[in-house]
Design a protein around this ligand. Sequence first.
Ligand code: GMT
Length: 382
Amino acid sequence: MNVGIICYASIGGSGIVATELAIELAKRGHQVHLVSSDIPFRLGEFHAGLAFHQVHTPSYPLFHEPQYVLSMANKVVDVSRAHDLDVIHAHYAVPHATAARLAQQVLAAFGHHVPRVVTTLHGTDVTLVGNDPSFSEIVAFSIEQSDGVTAVSRSLRDATRTELGIRRDVAVIPNFLDCSVWCRQDASELRRRFAPDPATKLVIHMSNFRPVKRIDAVVRVFAAISRRVAVRLLLVGDGPELGTAYRLGRELGVSTLIDALGAQQATIPLLSASDVFLLPSAQESFGLAALEAMACLVPVVASRVGGLPEVIEHGVTGFLHEPEDVDGMAASAVAVLTDPALHERVTKAAREIVGERFCSERVVPMYEDYYSQVTALPRFAG
Ligand code: GMT
C-alpha cells in the first residue's frame, strides 16, 4: 500500500509511535511517506521504502497566527497526488485529523484519487487539548469524519466518548516497540559515572516535562526514597516543568542527588543503567515511556490513571498508585530497590508481557489489517 503518515516531529510519544510505524511498514514492503514539520527525531538512518516530506509553514508579517493546518493539508494533497496514497494516517487528532480530512476534500473536488483517512488518537489530543472548548467542535467533527479511528488504549477510546461525545467505532491498537532493539544492555560503565558507589541505586524519569507529568511528584517521591535508600535521580528530557525539579530539589535538600540530562535520543543505555522508573502522571493514555522501561528491565512505579493499568499490572509487572499517593509510590520503589528477588520477579514478568503483547510483529499487522478494512469501505463521497 501507499501510506502517508502525518505526525509531530518534536519529542513526544505520538511522533515516536508514528515514526516507528512508518519504519516497520516500509520494512514490510509498503511505500511510506512521512509528512511532518521536521525530520522526526527517531527516524535515524535511511530506510528503503520510506520518504520524508517536510511541511513548511511560511511566515508573513501580517499573520501573527501560524497557518500550520493549511500547509500540512496542502503538503498532503501534493504527496497524495504524486504518490497515489491509499491511506493518510494522521497521528494526534489536533490538527492532523482536520488537515487530513481537508486534503481529502481538496483531492475529491479536483477529481484526484482520494485516499482514506485513518486517525490515531494518542491521549492529550482528546483529554487535555482536544476537549478544550476552543478546539472540541472541530476535533470531534474531524474524528467523526475520518474513515477509521484508532486509540492507543481502551481507556482513551472510552474518554473519546465521554470527553468529545464521539459515537463512532474506535478500534484499540496499543503502542509497540521493536523488541529486538528495546532490550537491557550492559551499561555498567555509564552507571559508574552516575553512581560510583555500587550500593547506590539509580531512579529515572523520562518525559517532556509538561505539567501533566507531575514533575513535583517525581521529586517528592524521589526525596522520600532517598530517606531510606542510597539513590540518585536521572531526569531525561526537557520542558516547562524542568525548573520545578530544580527548585523542589533544592527545597527538599536533594538537589545534589539529581542529574538532569536534558533531551536525549539514545535512551536505552540510560534505562539500562537504572533500577526504577517513576511516572506519577496526572493522565497517561498509554505510557510509552513505561513500556520502554519495562522492555529494558526497569520496574515502573506509576499513577493508576488512563491506560497505564492496561500496560502495568500492580504488583506483578510494576506498581500503580493513586497519583497523589507519594508515600505509596515511594514505598513500592523502596521495596523493589531493596528486595533483589522482587526486582527480578517484576522485571521478568514485565519483559514477558512486553514480548507477548507490545512488540512490533504483533501490533503492526493490526494496523495493516485496519488499513485493509478501511480501504475496502465504499468510495469517499466528498
Ligand atoms: O501528551 C503527551 O505526553 C504527548 C503525547 C504525544 O503525542 O507524545 O503523549 C501521548 O501519546 C503517547 C503515545 O501514544 C502515550 O504513550 C502517552 O501516554 C500520551 N500522553 C498522555 O496521555 C499524557
